[in-house]
Design a protein. Structure first.
Length: 165
């Protein structure tokens, strides 16, 4: 009676498995790189002065409000720069520019692309302010600074964003 030998089938399956493992590319996850604070069981409420808080609200249809005023997304970085570098803020220790906080409130129905556009404008504003500070202090762009110089500029202009739904 003729028989079929299946010993070579395992070799073929193994070769196919190796072929697909070698030829398949796995895409990297993309997202926003944000360093979160360490988790603690004890939450202490943070008191923020109203003059140090800039409220940005993203609505479900992509409309952006800055302190209840409707603002185009493209103009958002100007509002952030104006808020953080406000010369009136430097008069007292309680209104230190390093204490400026951006409150970003996003509607559940807002699209991810609208959220990214708003977040990108806020980051762009901080990048511009840090570049300006780097030119004032060191005469070069922020990206050209050494690590210690960058940390000095970041101490002067820290990125403080509070997010909520």
């Amino acid at each position: 009676m003729p028989r079929v030998t299946a010993s070579s089938m395992a070799d073929i399956a193994f070769l196919l498995l190796v072929f697909f493992l070698v030829c398949t590319t796995i895409q990297d996850d993309k997202g926003i790189k944000v360093l979160l604070p360490p988790y603690t069981d004890h939450t202490t409420p943070t008191v923020i002065s109203e003059r140090n808080l800039l409220r940005i609200m993203l609505g479900p249809a992509g409309q952006v409000r800055v302190d209840q005023r409707l603002v185009p997304v493209e103009a958002l970085s100007e509002h952030v720069i104006e808020h953080v570098t406000n010369p009136l803020r430097k008069r007292t220790a309680a209104s230190d520019p390093r204490k400026a906080v951006i409150s970003l409130v996003t509607s559940r129905d807002a699209s991810y692309s609208d959220y990214l556009a708003v977040y990108d404008q806020v980051l762009s504003a901080y990048q511009q302010m840090r570049n300006t500070q780097a030119f004032q202090d060191f005469g070069v762009a922020y990206m050209d600074l050494t690590t210690s110089q960058r940390s000095r500029v970041q101490d002067l202009i820290p990125l403080r964003i509070s997010e909520a739904e």
